[in-house]
Structures are given as structure tokens and as C-alpha cells.
Write a protein that binds this ligand. Structure first.
Ligand code: MUC
Ligand code: MG
Length: 373
């Protein structure tokens, strides 16, 4: 039987409005830009994937424009004519020809998995070995930048039973003001919620040592990426001294980074992101390293829309342990959808479909409307 071939790869830049500005240490998002991948195959099936980052080049070293350019000029061409059903061979071909580019590779890997799932009539979670859960706990990020507004938003989320874990984005402001903001929110919510912070590398070690102690002593459950990803010695010392656990996010730019962080004891929790490892299969390699090293896991996001969110979710469903839940709330930050059925959030959890592939269908009209011309 002749193999089913990949016939074309398309990368489409899509700009979508958000429910409010989303304030991070390095950037304030006024909208979100997705790169949607379409992989057409010779059996008539199409796989969809997503390669999304935050704030152009503010977050990492790929931007929506560079992702599209590199897929159009290099990565897509390498895949055309290849066996669509052999995802190992396809991704190996990309890895041999292109260093890094994990965001672009993640969208491509997701699209190939979606197509293969549709072909075999299996959800992507089953292609990845099988799910051990059907739903995922989902945190919400409070990032309006205003304490009273954030408390109001958290209360609303608790009332409607959508979230009971809150992540606060800090680091842009003066440290004492940030600490006051976080502690006020924790005091307002008390034991009804888990409150965590993400500093997005904004502090140096001297600030972080004091701040982590204060946060831990005030009931903050987790501290994400307090200092630069480059300062490995500082990360190790903080991991030993902070009363609240330290999570690595930006420090993991590849599966190899995960290994060296684990070997050095530089974090006790890893944020798993398909975009930073090169896809749903690649992120599971980082998870396996963590599990072997006794590092706990959290299902992270790059604030992807429905496609990237479900590609992540299918992978996270297969993990033995996901001690810290997930933050797969990206679609809830957007006011518009480009798929026909939005992901379902209920009772603090995301429900992941059991339909073939990722379980999503593009809404062609909405996609055309929001695509960058
Ligand atoms: C990050 O650094 O974790 C994830 C949730 C959120 O609000 O921002 C992202 C990025
Ligand atoms: Mg983070």
C-alpha cells in the first residue's frame, strides 16, 4: 500500500481580541495572535495545529511572524511529500534540518497528530498512549494590574465554579507594591483558593530571596520563574531556600533544558508547555524526565486558542501525575473563536473531547475574518 503523503502545509496568522488587557512582567497584551497550521494530506484529511506565543518577541525567541516565515520557507517544505502517518520520521526530519523553532514545530506536530487521529478514528490522547483522566483542573490568571479588580474577578470565578486556583502576574511593578497586591488577594480569598505568582524572570536573586520568603510565609502556594532563566546558580539556591516551591517556566526551552534543570535541582515543579518543547509528544519527554527526577508537574500555556489548548490537554491527560493542575484557560481570555465548538469548562475543569484527533473543526468564516491579510 502506498503511503499517505503530506500535500501542503499552511501557516495563518490570526489576531483575536481579549476580554481585557493581560499584564505580564515583560508585556501587556491588548490582543492575542495565533498561528494556525493546516496540514493537508493525500487521503483528503486535514490536520490542524497552533503555534502561539505571547507579545511578539517579548516572551521568547520566536514571534508569530518568524513562525510563519520559517514554516513557509523551511519547515513546511521539508514535510511536503513525506509520509503523513509517520510522525516520528516527520519530526526527526525537522529536528535534523532546523535547530530550535520549538513553537513552529509544536504546531506542525499537533497538526500531524490531529490528522492521524482523524484517520484512525482516535483522539490524540489515545495516539499518545491513552488518557488516564478525562478532565483537567484549570487555573485562571488575574492580570488586570489592579488589586480590587483582581479580587472581584476571582470572587466571580469562584461563584460560577470556573476556577479555584489563581496565578498573579507580578514583576512589572516595584517589589513591595507587588507583594502587597498578592498578599491582599490571598487574604481576601483565604482557604477558598490556591494563590500562586508568576514573576516572569523579573527579579534578581537579592530581591527574590527576600520576596520568596515573604510570599511563602503569607500562604502563596507556588512561585513561578522568579529570576532569569540564565542564572542557574541563583535558581538552585532559591529552590533550596524558598519556603514556597519554585516552578521553572522560561528556564525550559527544550527537553534538554528540563534534563539539566532536574539534574541541578534548580526547581521542584516544571511548567509543561508544548510550544517550548516542540509539540505534544515532545512535552511528554520533559514530563518523563521530571517524573524520574521527582519533580512535580503543571500543565502550562502560552495562552493559545482552542487548538493549542486542546493539543496540550490531550498530552496532559496521559500523564501519571499532574500534581499542580493546569492553566489551560487561553480560549477564555479571547472574545472570539475560530472553531465551531468552543472547549467546555465546567466545575473548575476543562473537558477534553473523545472525538477523533484534537476534536475541533475550524469555522472557515471566522478564520477568514480574523486572519491577517
Ligand atoms: C507564563 O509565563 O506562564 C501563562 C498564563 C499567563 O497568564 O501567562 C502565561 C505565560
Ligand atoms: Mg510563566
Amino acid at each position: 500500500m502506498s503511503p499517505i503523503l503530506i500535500e501542503s502545509i499552511q501557516a495563518i496568522v490570526v489576531d483575536l481580541p481579549t476580554i481585557r488587557p493581560h499584564k505580564l512582567a515583560m508585556h501587556t497584551m491588548q490582543r492575542q495572535t495565533l498561528v494556525v497550521i493546516r496540514a493537508k494530506c493525500s487521503d483528503g484529511l486535514e490536520g490542524i495545529g497552533e503555534s502561539t506565543t505571547i507579545g511578539g518577541l517579548a516572551y521568547g525567541n520566536e514571534s508569530p511572524d518568524s513562525i510563519k516565515q520559517n514554516i513557509d520557507s523551511h519547515l513546511g517544505r521539508l514535510l511536503v511529500g513525506q509520509d503523513a502517518a509517520n510522525i516520528n520520521a516527520a519530526m526527526l526530519r525537522l529536528d535534523k534540518a532546523a535547530k530550535g523553532n520549538t513553537f513552529a514545530k509544536s504546531g506542525l506536530e499537533s497538526a500531524l497528530l490531529d490528522a492521524q487521529g482523524k484517520r484512525l478514528g482516535l483522539p490524540v490522547s489515545e495516539l499518545l498512549g491513552g488518557r488516564v483522566r478525562d478532565r483537567l483542573e484549570v487555573a485562571w490568571t488575574l492580570a488586570s494590574g489592579n488589586t480590587a479588580e483582581d479580587i472581584e474577578e476571582a470572587e466571580r470565578m469562584l461563584d460560577i465554579r470556573r476556577h479555584r486556583i489563581f496565578k498573579l502576574k507580578i514583576g512589572a511593578g516595584e517589589v513591595n507594591a507587588d507583594l502587597k497586591h498578592v498578599i491582599a488577594i490571598k487574604q481576601a480569598l483565604g482557604e477558598r483558593a490556591s494563590v500562586r505568582v508568576d514573576v516572569n524572570q523579573a527579579w534578581d536573586e537579592s530581591v527574590a530571596l527576600r520576596a520568596c520568603r515573604i510570599l511563602g510565609d503569607n500562604g502563596i502556594d507556588l512561585i513561578e520563574q522568579p529570576i532569569s532563566r540564565i542564572n542557574r546558580g541563583g535558581q538552585i539556591r532559591l529552590n533550596q531556600r524558598s519556603p514556597a516551591p519554585i516552578m521553572a517556566d522560561e528556564s525550559i526551552d527544550s527537553v534538554e533544558d528540563a534534563f539539566s534543570l532536574a539534574a541541578d535541582g534548580a526547581a521542584s515543579i516544571f511548567a509543561l508547555k508544548i510550544a517550548k518543547n516542540g509539540g505534544p509528544r515532545a512535552v511528554l519527554r520533559t514530563a518523563q524526565i521530571a517524573e524520574a527526577a521527582g519533580v512535580a508537574l503543571y500543565g502550562g500555556t502560552m495562552l493559545e486558542g482552542a487548538i493549542g489548548t486542546l493539543a496540550s490537554a490531550h498530552a496532559f491527560l496521559t500523564l501519571n501525575k499532574l500534581q499542580w493542575g493546569t492553566e489551560l484557560f487561553g480560549p477564555l481570555l479571547l472574545t472570539e473563536e475560530i472553531v465551531t465548538d468552543a472547549p467546555v469548562y465546567r466545575d473548575f475543569q476543562l473537558e477534553v473531547p473523545r472525538t477523533p484527533g484534537l476534536g475541533l473543526t475550524l469555522d472557515e468564516e471566522r478564520l477568514a475574518f480574523f486572519s491577517r491579510k
